[in-house]
Design a protein around this ligand. Structure first.
Ligand SMILES: *Cc1c(COP(=O)(O)O)cnc(C)c1O
Length: 473
């Protein structure tokens, strides 16, 4: 038996029709399908009913006003209408954040995307001859110009690039690689497994910390198809170590008539020591050292769209292009458009530093970051319920690159009168433009390094909106 209170409370839940007639809902119906709004209204009333049924005596049962239910309904419809792949503000300070989409694109790359998306294009058409062309031609010349390679090919991502090179050049045979370079990159990319998937056999040489050219030489035999070097992008072997350089590997390959390959991971085209970071090997250096095939990502430190880039000797690239995987792993026009525009910026390195968001974020100086953090903190302090202070902090390169690099920064540390840092972070994630920060020492930290200056206003607005929700509580 239901108590009288509960019966009364249940009866006070408005009918779905009443909800639909409320002014804000009528407004919603202009932009959203009726079926979606009706379904949300049913869910909201069902939830209210359930809440009353499970409530215990003493709870204030009658508090659900029509306005409350309407507000819940509106929020539900907005959440359902939001695209699943949604823009967010990355305030984590991790520059190449794989979970948050790695590289934001430069303005010229975004424009190229829009233009190519909007109409037809020369994806596989040769304007000069008026006949079929190849999609492989679009970025190839630029890649050769920038890296010094003879030929280039773009595929879906660097994992695909490695898989394809191995499958095309070494299937059924052995690939020699140093034991200390059997990398695992976030989740499922592990060198031994990629080798198995490509149909070649792994021949490990050296020890975890040391490998010499003589180790490779001793392993080379009838079955050897390729000598591989993998950049230890997301870890470092420190202390008593030795490794074989690209140049030494190239000499070995030439002596034994074997092709050589280097998986560089991040794809850096400029000297990062210029901005005080550890020097990452550049693509040009590997090619100049004589390595036959070099692969790298488009969306790590290169700062472009997700892609895998293969550069190197023309004869080998021709063989790779003829492999059936070339078709399976090829990229679409949107990737090519964004990648070509990104690569063009590298013709002038200073322009690349300024216009490619990833590089710009890496180069930001602490003075500038401190000023931005202070400006943000002032705006956030004006929101009632929040208090913000500026603190020194550390940003990360991320994306499995430069694992030891510590980029000094200034962060905004926020505490909230109403919520714990976890609750504040959760509320910010639910907003119309979600903001992702990190929590440390009982504060929510926002690092301006990974927030575009144009996003500062949006970030403050998102915080204001989050606190607006709390005022009714
Ligand atoms: C990141 C990385 C990969 C995988 O590249 P994706 O573009 O993420 O597929 C492969 N090898 C190395 C050394 C890497 O650092």
């Amino acid at each position: 038996m239901l108590s009288q209170d509960k019966t009364k409370a249940l009866r006070s839940i408005p009918a779905v029709e009443t909800l639909l007639a409320a002014a804000p809902v009528a407004e919603l119906l202009k932009d959203h399908p009726r079926a979606l709004v009706v379904a949300a209204a049913r869910e909201v009333t069902a939830q209210a009913r359930q809440a009353i049924l499970v409530s215990s005596a003493g709870d204030r049962l009658l508090e659900l006003s029509l306005d409350d239910l309407v507000a819940k309904l509106v929020a539900r419809v907005h959440a359902a209408a939001r695209p699943h792949l949604t823009r967010v503000i990355n305030a984590t300070g991790v520059v190449v954040h794989t979970n948050l989409g790695r590289a934001p694109l430069a303005e010229s790359a975004r424009r190229a995307l829009g233009t190519i998306a909007e109409g037809y294009s020369t994806l596989e058409y040769d304007l000069e001859r008026g006949e079929r062309g190849s999609r492989h031609d679009h970025c190839a010349d630029l890649l050769c110009e920038l890296t010094g390679a003879e030929a280039a090919l773009v595929v879906n991502n660097n994992a695909a690039a490695v898989l394809m090179v191995l499958a095309a050049l070494a299937a059924g045979r052995e690939v020699v690689v140093a034991r200390g370079q059997l990398v695992e990159i976030g989740g499922s990319f592990r060198i031994p497994e990629v080798m198995a998937a490509s149909g070649c056999r792994l021949r490990e040489v050296g020890t975890t910390n040391k490998v010499y050219p003589r180790d490779y030489a001793a392993a080379i035999g009838e079955e050897t198809a390729l000598l591989l070097k993998v950049h230890t992008s997301n870890y470092r072997i420190l202390g008593f170590t030795a490794s074989v350089s690209g140049a030494e590997l190239a000499v070995l390959g030439a002596q034994h008539g074997l092709p050589t390959m280097e998986d560089l991971g991040s794809g850096v085209l400029m000297d990062l020591s210029e901005i005080g970071l550890e020097k990452e090997p550049t693509v040009q250096e590997s090619i100049a050292a004589g390595v036959d095939i070099v692969t790298f990502s488009g969306d790590k430190l290169l700062g472009g769209p997700q892609a895998g880039i293969i550069v190197g000797k023309k004869a080998l690239l021709d063989k790779i292009k003829r492999h059936p995987l070339a078709r399976a792993l090829r990229v679409g026009k949107l990737t090519l458009a964004a990648l070509e525009a990104t690569l063009r910026l590298y013709r002038d390195l200073e322009r690349a530093w300024q216009e490619i968001p990833t590089l710009r974020a890496l180069r930001l100086g602490v003075g500038e970051l401190r000023e931005r953090a202070e400006r943000l903190a002032r705006a956030i302090n004006a929101i009632s319920g929040l208090s913000a202070t500026v603190l020194p902090g550390v940003s990360e390169v991320g994306g499995g690159s430069l694992p030891l690099a510590e980029l000094p920064t200034y962060v905004v540390g926020i505490s909230c009168d109403h919520w714990t840092p976890d609750e504040l972070a959760a509320t910010l994630r639910q907003g119309a433009l979600p903001v992702i920060g990190r929590i440390k020492d009982n504060r929510l930290l926002l690092d301006p390094r990974t927030v575009a200056p144009e996003e500062d206003k949006l970030l403050v607005r998102a915080l204001g909106a989050a606190l607006g929700i709390s005022r009714g509580d």
